[in-house]
Design a protein around this ligand. Structure first.
Ligand SMILES: *Cc1c(COP(=O)(O)O)cnc(C)c1O
Length: 811
């Protein structure tokens, strides 16, 4: 909301952004003022930007409440099958704008705010309050498809750290995101649940008892998840850990105040941060134990048929409940469900196992061995003694193994044996699972193995973040594509339509100008808005090969220096992403990128033909600004290592072209858009495997390719770190002697492919035509398609685009 719109602009935007009716606007204004006064207890003289944000958030939130209650009532009355999506990572993105888009309130809010404030308010700008981002694609699609779905996870008090770049290095800062409260969540202390840890087991003739445990309380916080304009509002429930009582009075009475508070802190640490070892296993059990209590209570107390009674027959559980395990982090749901069914509900082992397998399903997200969870048996023995016994009884084949003298529980194996469906997240990834890491399991139970290619929500990743492009598309094919992304196919008709080509290019240029302003303010670097915006934004990891990008940058730099008068296609190369705090190599990669930037950006010979920017603190809100401004999307992982990727899809949908390897979902993107419309290079999975058999020798490439040798010698010789010439010696030795991801093997082909990219970019029209083919081929990558497949092929549920009845809006 930045300025009043012309009538023409308003008409254009109505289909995508909702109608700003007078009644609507008046209502919003009144409610905004009411919240500023009664909820925030402020007047206009003392209200801050944050107060205005909160007042607006509360105003918009009010529109959700009736729909939320109605949806939950409807589920109670109709008792449909429910799906529980359990994940330990629900990261956060903007909730306010998402709600406005899904409720068609965006224009009305803009207008109301303009009338009240006479000035823009930072909804899309600096302020972002309550948030949900990562995995919110799936929550958004489940609500949009009318599924009775619940997201379950942990309410982390501190989310993923904020990244600061200080003297070129990553520095982590705590993300105290709840400091000012979160208007989107509602605490539900009445549904608090106990979770047990430690203790021991007692075997009696009538069953097993887990006794002498320590208890932590799980306090749920609910966040509404609105569907796209269908009046459905689902629930995301996140658990927060509470010590059983604020003060343990015995300790307090004998003067042990400090011990009492310390112990309380210990218990509550579970939801404080995302971190390692025992605490991590505790977190995993905590979310699963609390969630299963909720699932079973809801199953038992749902109204079924015309009766309002308590359901006791747990045999019916798989008909009414699907549990989706997002990665192995919630794997303990399997032994925990077994424990509840056998020890508490007194079912036989066989009966319980059948229920468990038919209820649970597992999604794998990586094949990298270091990311597969394997917990030492003795840790299990201490923390969850009963669960260890149950795991020992699940001996078909045993989900534990002996490694280096230490027995460990392999969580992926536990998930596979305890589930009826196992899926990878892109076709190539699902095939690799069957052929390699899970081969034995596949041969035993081939029917379990499936693929569900990932997707992204077109609401957040197009309508919200790139309204200009959404409007240009809607002008040609209407706005049904927002809920049925396959309709983008209709754009093929316009590939040779000069007006459409012009409109698409114009939106991109506007997005670039906006982002350039942001960059210049933030990085004090003069950006050439006519340069190609070349982006690689994703977590920093060896397998994603930011180092390959670095080698291209250095090569391009050296070429400019060698022939400064040639007509080089100017580029602004941006790399962004967080390194895990304990991942030293990833932090060194960041340092290398910033070091290259310091040299390149200050070289007068280069001028504005090459700039290198490290985008600080990459997160959903920054992605929403950066991706719509991108011309080129770098998806350059070693073939066979990226399970799917979702960043690749966001760029494709926002009109960037992809340079990428045949990895993850890139393979299917090439299939959908036509391989000629992407820049595909490098080894295929087969080539990588062949090289593994033969042995990869980086030195061979170094000695054979002069430009590669030059780049490496520069890094090694301190060209980019003159004050500390050996700063990057570890990186150099990694690339030369122990590079698991074979950067040098793809270097030659990558550089050639980048030359093709530069050549095409000179021809704006041909470039934009490829962009249009890409947008037209995006339909498959809607998370609506992904979720519809999960629903039909794993959960036994039928998605529906039917609208729920609107609630009475009288307030
Ligand atoms: C989409 C997204 C990712 C995932 O990117 P990949 O390229 O698929 O690794 C990571 N971080 C943020 C903030 C995102 O929005």
């Amino acid at each position: 909301m930045s300025r009043p719109l012309s009538d023409h602009e308003k008409r254009k935007q109505i289909s995508v952004r909702g109608l700003a009716g007078v009644e609507n606007v008046t209502d919003l204004k009144n409610n905004f003022n009411r919240h500023l006064h009664f909820t925030l207890v402020k007047d206009r003289n003392v209200a801050t930007k944050r107060d205005y944000y909160f007042a607006l958030a509360n105003t918009v939130r009010d529109h959700l409440i009736g729909r939320w209650i109605r949806t939950q009532q409807h589920y109670y009355e109709k008792d449909p099958k429910r799906v529980y999506y359990i994940s330990l990572e629900f990261y956060m993105g903007r909730a306010l704008q998402n709600t406005m888009v899904n409720l068609a309130l965006e224009n009305a809010c803009d207008e109301a705010m303009y009338q009240v404030m006479n000035t823009p308010i930072g909804v899309r700008g600096g302020l972002s309050g309550g948030k949900h981002g990562r995995l919110s694609c799936f929550l958004d699609s489940m609500a949009t498809l009318g599924l009775a779905a619940y997201g379950y996870g942990i309410r982390y008090e501190f989310g993923i750290f904020n990244q600061k770049i200080v003297s070129g290095w990553q520095v982590e800062e705590a993300d105290d995101w709840l400091r000012y409260g979160n208007p989107w969540e509602k605490a539900r202390p009445e549904y608090m649940r106990p979770v047990h840890f430690y203790g021991r087991t007692e075997h009696h003739p009538d069953g097993v008892k887990w006794v002498d445990t320590q208890v932590v309380l799980a306090l749920p916080y609910d966040t509404p998840v609105p569907g796209y304009r269908n009046n459905v509002v689902n629930t995301m429930r996140l658990w927060s850990a509470k010590a059983p009582c604020e003060f343990r009075l015995q300790d307090f009475n004998v003067g042990g105040y400090v011990e009492a508070v310390l112990d309380k802190n210990l218990a509550e640490n579970i939801s404080r941060v995302i971190m390692g070892k025992e605490l991590r296993l505790k977190q995993e059990y905590f979310v699963v134990a609390a969630t299963l209590q909720d699932i079973i209570r809801r199953y038992k107390t749902s109204k079924f048929g015309s009766m309002e009674a308590v359901r006791t027959d747990l045999d019916g559980l798989p008909n009414k409940v699907a549990i989706q395990l997002n990665d192995t982090h919630p794997a303990l749901a399997i032994p925990e469900l077994m424990r509840v069914l056998v020890d508490e509900e007194m079912l036989t082992w066989e009966n319980a196992w059948d229920i468990c397998v038919r209820t649970c399903a597992y999604t794998n997200h990586t094949v990298l061995p270091e990311a597969l969870e394997r917990w030492p048996i003795d840790l299990f023995q201490q923390l969850l003694p009963r669960h260890l016994e149950i795991i020992y009884e699940i001996n078909r084949p045993p989900p534990y193994s002996s490694e280096g003298g230490q027995k460990r529980v392999n969580m992926a194996h536990l998930c596979i044996v305890g589930s009826h469906a196992v899926n990878g997240v892109a076709r190539i990834h699902s095939d690799i699972l069957k052929a390699t890491v899970f081969k034995d399991f596949y041969e035993m139970d081939p029917y379990k193995f499936q693929n569900k290619t990932n997707g992204i929500t077109p609401r957040r990743w197009l309508v919200m973040c790139n309204p200009g492009l959404a409007e240009v598309i809607a002008e040609r094919i209407g706005d049904d594509f927002i809920r049925d992304l396959d309709q983008l196919k209709k754009l093929i008709k316009f590939v040779n339509d000069d007006a459409f080509i012009r409109d698409v290019a114009k939106v991109k240029q506007e997005n670039k100008m906006k982002f350039a302003v942001h960059l210049e303010e933030h990085y004090k670097v003069k950006i050439n808005p006519n340069s190609m915006f070349d982006l690689q934004v994703k977590r920093i990891h060896e397998y994603k090969r930011q180092l390959l990008n670095c080698l291209h940058i250095i090569t391009f730099y050296n070429r400019i220096k060698k022939e400064p008068n040639k007509h080089w296609t100017p580029r602004t190369i941006m790399i962004g992403g967080k390194a895990a705090p304990g991942y030293h190599t990833a932090k060194m990669i960041i340092r290398l990128i910033t070091a290259i930037g310091e040299i390149v950006n200050n070289d007068p010979v280069v001028g504005d033909r090459l700039k290198v920017i490290f985008l600080e603190n990459y997160r959903v809100t920054l992605a929403e600004k950066a991706i719509p401004a991108a011309d080129l999307s770098e998806q350059i992982s070693t073939a066979g290592t990226e399970a799917s990727g979702t960043g690749n899809m966001k760029f494709m949908l926002n009109g960037a072209l992809t340079i990428g390897t045949m990895d993850g979902a890139n393979v299917e993107m090439a299939e959908e858009a036509g391989e000629d419309n992407l820049f595909i290079f490098g080894m295929r999975v087969d080539d990588v495997e062949a090289m593994d058999r033969k042995g990869y020798n980086a030195l061979e490439y170094y000695n054979r390719i002069p430009e590669l040798k030059q780049a490496i010698d520069q890094i090694a010789g301190g060209f980019f770190s003159p004050k500390q010439p050996d700063l990057f010696k570890d990186i150099v030795s990694l690339l030369m002697y122990h590079d698991r991801f074979k950067v040098f093997a793809d270097y030659g082909d990558y550089i050639k492919c980048q030359e093709k990219v530069s050549a095409l970019y000179k021809n704006a029209k041909e470039w934009t035509k490829k962009v249009i083919y890409n947008i037209a081929g995006c339909g498959k990558f809607s998370s609506d398609r992904t979720i519809a497949q999960y629903a039909r092929e794993i959960w036994g549920m039928e998605p529906s685009l039917e609208k729920f009845p609107a609630p009475d809006e009288k307030r």
